[in-house]
Design a protein around this ligand. Structure first.
Ligand SMILES: [Zn+2]
Length: 186
């Protein structure tokens, strides 16, 4: 069977470097001081928030609108991740599917649902992941592909989750983020 090349197939995946202030943080239970609101739509860890706002400003300047699919698709508390996970996954065995393990049980993705990490294991629980609305729209995806890495973001699961970006640069803010922060002060 010939593999059909899907949009997003060659999106870059870069390993995550965690900010030093996240090293001992409990996923889904971040201290409020580590988090910041973005555009009134959810929250991110402050390093990821700086990078996201810098990227959003650059996108806006080129006529591309970036926003999270919902406030729950930025930082997620453990409770929010559990709520989504339990809605999408079932302990009823679905033949041929590799389950996710949570609380010692095997969980199967119900038909028609997008996959979701088990609670506590998602980069959303650390406030460094954000799902971008309509990320597959060709113009937006092309812009992200050309620019996201320079703002410290990369993909995690491709090609199936072109919307899921996470901040990978830890304490070493990329130059475009530093430039954005400097321009805000000036
Ligand atoms: Zn995501």
């Amino acid at each position: 069977m010939a593999l059909k090349k899907k949009a997003g197939n060659d999106l870059p995946i870069i390993d995550v470097k965690l900010c030093s202030c996240l090293k001992n943080a409990k996923p889904g239970e971040l201290a409020p001081k580590l988090l910041r609101k973005i555009e009134g739509k959810g929250m991110l860890h402050h390093c990821a928030a700086d990078a996201y706002e810098a990227m959003d400003a650059a996108a806006n300047a080129e006529g591309i609108d970036l926003s999270p699919t919902s406030p729950a698709d930025t930082y997620r508390t453990l409770a929010v991740q559990e709520y989504g996970f339990f809605q999408r996954y079932t302990t009823d065995v679905i033949a041929g599917q590799k389950p996710r393990i949570y609380q010692g049980k095997a969980w199967y993705l119900k038909k028609g649902n997008a996959p979701m990490a088990a609670p506590g294991t998602s980069k959303h629980n650390l406030g460094i992941a954000i799902d971008i609305a309509n990320a597959s729209e060709p113009k937006r995806l092309a812009w992200l592909k050309a620019n996201a890495v320079s703002f410290g973001f990369s993909w995690e699961v491709v090609p199936s989750e072109p919307w899921h970006l996470r901040y990978v640069c830890g304490d070493a803010k990329p130059q475009r983020v530093l430039d954005y922060l400097a321009s805000k002060v000036a």
